[in-house]
Design a protein around this ligand. Structure first.
Ligand SMILES: [Zn+2]
Length: 450
């Protein structure tokens, strides 16, 4: 089998400096060579012209099954937002609609150059969607249960769900576990889920330190989440100084979960995260849109914590574009720190690629352009007014090209996007999504969700 050689005005390996007039050779799904195009090995050559070739982007946190809820939950505060989301999903979105939702989400992500997805999923459809759409990822099966007396039943249900999904696993897609968040999961269930993750060798993810309401529940047993639990007859008591301290006390940080959000992480929290080598999924647009604030990203990075960038669901963001999310991350940190050099575009691009891969434990496979890694690549054209002129590939990509579609995307060396179009669009998924939107609107207009 001969190599394919992809040449572009710039190749950005991420772990090493950009290569002007660079090339990447691919064979058998792997990267076999990276360097100046004039030195490239023989093979079938594709000259991509005025473009930047980067590692496939990594979405470190999303909920693909919720793509049908894009724009459905606007202008709500956090607790009513999550209550309505949960009720609408249960009342309206069937298995087939959730699966179509996940596939359209992946289609959107692929067109934005995203090749790896870390998805937390209630229904379990995202694993099938990732497998069928030919992308890489981890689907963390969500588990809920704020009442300690539900713990055994929740764990039993989780085991059954994992067993029913195993046949979708492959070297490209695998299963993990996600006890959802401190306001939906009892201490007993956190401990049981962490034990299950460790015994099954599964990665784990938790929404953590996202909102003030969550912190008040954990620290003071007060606030809207505490009120909601008491209204359901569930006893509520203070559980720790902070959500991160809670998981440390329970021994859950020892399972090295991916910690999603960490908006409210304090200095002691960050020290705990670093001590246990937990990773963070940083979701700046979701955190801003839902009014939670700005995560202390620079402090988290300074502590040596692995960090990737996530979009969260389109119910909290409206788009699944990781370059755009990298741009938002930059803007937020510069605004928060009042420093114009707080983080560079190259730093943000590294978080969106290598950082995400390391956060997910996939650093040996993807995240940089290096010999031996899987050939997950994304190419963005610079041949439009918006990206002209371009002095540096990282600045052009993050500051100017963000929000534009990729021209070419490969996963394991196979094209998923070519000439800016999906090679295999998900059949009937867009029509199903429109049906889902109609059903959601009908449910809302009939007074669904209270
Ligand atoms: Zn989330």
């Amino acid at each position: 089998m001969s190599a394919r050689v992809y040449a572009a005005r710039w190749v950005v390996p991420v772990a090493t400096p950009p290569i002007p007039h660079g090339a990447v050779a691919v064979r058998g799904g792997h990267i076999t060579w990276v360097g100046p195009k004039d030195d490239a090995p023989p093979g079938e050559r594709l000259d991509l012209g005025d473009a930047v070739l980067i590692p496939g982007l990594v979405n470190t946190h999303t909920h693909l099954e919720l793509t049908a809820m894009r724009g459905f939950l606007e202008e709500l505060d956090f607790r009513p937002w999550i209550v309505r989301l949960t009720r609408a999903r249960q009342a309206v979105l069937t298995h087939d609609l959730l699966l179509a939702s996940a596939k359209v989400g992946i289609a959107e992500g692929l067109l934005a150059g995203v090749t790896t997805y870390a998805d937390t999923c209630e229904s379990g459809v995202a694993l099938q969607a990732m497998a069928e759409m030919g992308v890489r990822g981890i689907m963390y099966q969500e588990v809920f249960g704020p009442d300690p007396s539900q713990c055994a039943a929740s764990v039993r249900g989780l085991r059954e769900r994992l067993a029913s999904l195993r046949h979708w696993e492959s070297p490209r897609v695998r299963l993990g576990i996600s006890p959802h968040a401190p306001y939906t999961v009892s201490d007993e269930l956190f401990v049981a889920a962490a034990r299950l993750a460790e015994s099954a060798g599964c990665p784990m993810a938790v929404h953590l330190a996202e909102s003030e309401a969550e912190s008040r529940l954990v620290r003071d047993a007060m606030g809207v989440f505490a009120d909601g639990l008491r209204a359901r007859g569930i006893a509520v008591a203070p559980r720790g100084d902070s959500p991160v301290a809670l998981l440390d006390r329970l021994g859950v940080l020892g399972a090295q979960p991916l910690l999603i959000h960490c908006v409210r992480a304090t200095a002691p929290d960050i020290a705990r995260m670093a001590h246990h080598d937990c990773a963070v999924a940083h979701c700046p647009a979701s955190n801003a849109k839902l009014g939670h604030g700005i995560a202390p990203l620079l402090d988290i990075l300074a502590a040596g914590v692995r960090v990737g960038i996530g979009t969260d669901s389109v119910a909290a963001n409206n788009r699944l574009d990781i370059l755009d999310e990298a741009r938002v991350a930059l803007l937020m940190q510069r605004a928060a720190t009042r420093r114009g050099d707080a983080l560079t575009a190259a730093d943000a691009l590294a978080l969106a690629t290598r950082g995400g891969a390391l956060a997910l434990g996939l650093g040996q496979e993807v995240g940089t352009l290096a010999v031996g890694k899987r050939a997950d690549l994304a190419v963005f054209s610079l041949g439009s007014p918006r990206t002209t002129p371009a002095f540096s590939p990282e600045d052009a990509l993050v500051w100017a090209a963000a929000g534009r579609e990729a021209s070419l995307v490969l996963v394991d060396g196979e094209a998923r996007v070519r000439d800016g179009r999906l090679v295999a669009p998900p059949a009937d998924a867009h029509a199903a999504l429109r049906d889902a939107a109609d059903a959601l609107a009908t449910w809302r207009d009939a007074g669904g969700g209270g």
